[in-house]
Design a protein around this ligand. Sequence first.
Ligand code: ATP
Length: 364
Amino acid sequence: GSPTLSDDRDAHLRLDGLTKRYGDSVAVAALDLAVPKGELVALLGPSGCGKTTTLRMVAGLIKPTDGRIVVASQDITQVPTYRRDMGLVFQSYALFPHMTVAKNVAFGLEMRSLPKPEIERRVKEALAMVRLEALAERKPRELSGGQQQRVALARALVIRPSILLLDEPLSNLDAKLRDEMRNEIRDIQQSLGITAVFVTHDQVEALSMCDKVVVMRGGKLEQMGTPVEVYEHPATPFVASFVGRTNRLEGIAQGDGRVAIGSMAVQVPGRPGGKVEIMIRPHRMKLVDVGSGEDAASEGVNRLAGSLTRVTFVGDLLQYHVDVDGTEIVVEAASDHGRGFRKVGAPVAVLWRVEDTMVFGRGA
Ligand code: ATP
């Protein structure tokens, strides 16, 4: 057998310096990651950041250049895919078109030569889990996209894997179905208590479904944390702008908690110095008319003056675009039945609380 590793006993799945190189280019660069048992972890990042390559290495479909994959303290880096005890769900459902739903789900069990009654019982159970009992005798082409993805999920779960791997499983579905399936996958994952890794480039999906979010960039881990941690306390400007919308302003920190932005100055938390980038979420800002009763600077509140260049109505929200010294700032407000429109070109001010300001160094 494989050597037993004593460290990090809480981690069900652990990646240790996992690396994949293609010639001179590095798809995944020395990735370290620990996934606790029963957690759903999202690998989130822009196209090409190495999410899929990571997942495929965990599944055993791609051989790592370097590093280790450890499951329940066993090094499985050299273990072939079919012996890894992992369930896989892909973006393309990859169902067998000529087989019925039940046969598709039974396939993995038949490969494992389980007794027939056992297979029947488990297929039924898996189809019930994804609410497809009634469609067991249909062929994949007679199903909607969402139903096909549920078959794929049942097929992955029926083998009772110790780890579930999902690669963009919802990206072929329309928005409404995607919402439904998010909840469904999350419910099933929690009720089974199964450890799962979920690849997505969709931040809403990652934040809303997962226990932890791993933000990746250029093959590296940029930050790992709970959804609230990565959203409220992003470790880098990249995380701040990739997870949720954000405004960015460049300035020079004075070392006394003040940052000069052009001819204006704002307060920030802490005492940074040098060139900094400050970021504020659009919904944390408030737009006011210059000189109005609301336009009052106060302790702990920042104010920048600008001019309104555009108002966008997006149903539940109004987005105000404000030109502040040549930098575009977006302010979001509840639309309140469409009220709140202002005249473009008007002098306005944006207000926000000092504590809602994120500050990052810009290097030398
Ligand atoms: P996407 O969301 O677009 O699928 P991703 O984050 O999953 O992106 P990967 O598919 O893991 O990214 O790819 C990571 C990097 O490795 C990319 O730059 C990609 O071009 C490169 N890459 C992937 N597979 C190969 C390959 N077989 N040969 C050479 N380079 C590859």
